[in-house]
Design a protein around this ligand. Sequence first.
Ligand code: BEZ
Ligand code: FE
Length: 297
Amino acid sequence: MSTVAPARPKSVEDITAEALGRYSNTQDPRLKEIMLCLTKHLHAFANEVNLTEQEWFRGIQFLTGVGHMCNDSRQEFILLSDTLGLSMVTDLLSNAKPAGATESTVFGPFHRDDPPAKEFGDSIVDHSRGGVVAYISGRVLDMNAKPIAHAALDVWQAGADGLYDSQDTTLGGGMNMRGLFHTDSEGRYLVKTTRPVAYQVPNDGPVGEMLRATNRHPWRPAHTHFMISAPGYQPLTTHLFDSIDQYLTSDVVFGVKDSLIVNFEEHSTHDESAKKFGATAPFVTASYDFVLPPARN
Ligand code: BEZ
Ligand code: FE
């Protein structure tokens, strides 16, 4: 009597079913859910585009290049996630806010730990790159419009040349255009900086290759980054965008939300604002109140 060998996978569906079955002993239920769904969608993707071996090998070469591009100051995988829109999808899913709270946006790869401590009204421009002097001011409030005193505002921005300090080889790793501020007893903050400018995300690596191959531009609209925290409140990672920027509707990393767009008012004479800030014209001012919901328990 001949023995019958167990049926081997014959179709894409068979392989998918067999691969999904391999996770049946996964202890962590969330890991199991993620691996099942990832496997299912990866197989469906390959099937839908009829992915050839040569194409997938090119994809593997691309991902290898992304890995090789990463070092202490360059995170090409974050950039890939950002430019695919995946970072903003996870932002939307993770950071749903109650109406009235300030919206979050993409963190990006240029935050640095331990920025220099700054006093109310200090400048974050420690090494000038030119640009127009700007004052950004406002308050940090709770959901009832009550000021939050001593909230921390970690602020970072590209210089007027469009480069972050970590990209500026003349600084030898030193910091510039960043600082840690705190609100005063009435919840107010004041940051002196330069008017943010649009800049290109790093595009000398595999992500840049992908952008060029798909005829996409590499620009982010002008913005200043804020990471705001206060005990008892949900932390907030966000930007303020300049309303006149030409890339607001085509940000390469999909980070713009309408509620985060601000007007920078131009001051060309010695007006009231000049007196208030002790500034010499020309300069610009923008104001924005950040609203934090209470911490989740
Ligand atoms: C940024 O705004 O710093 C940034 C965000 C995503 C990718 C690259 C840069
Ligand atoms: Fe940025």
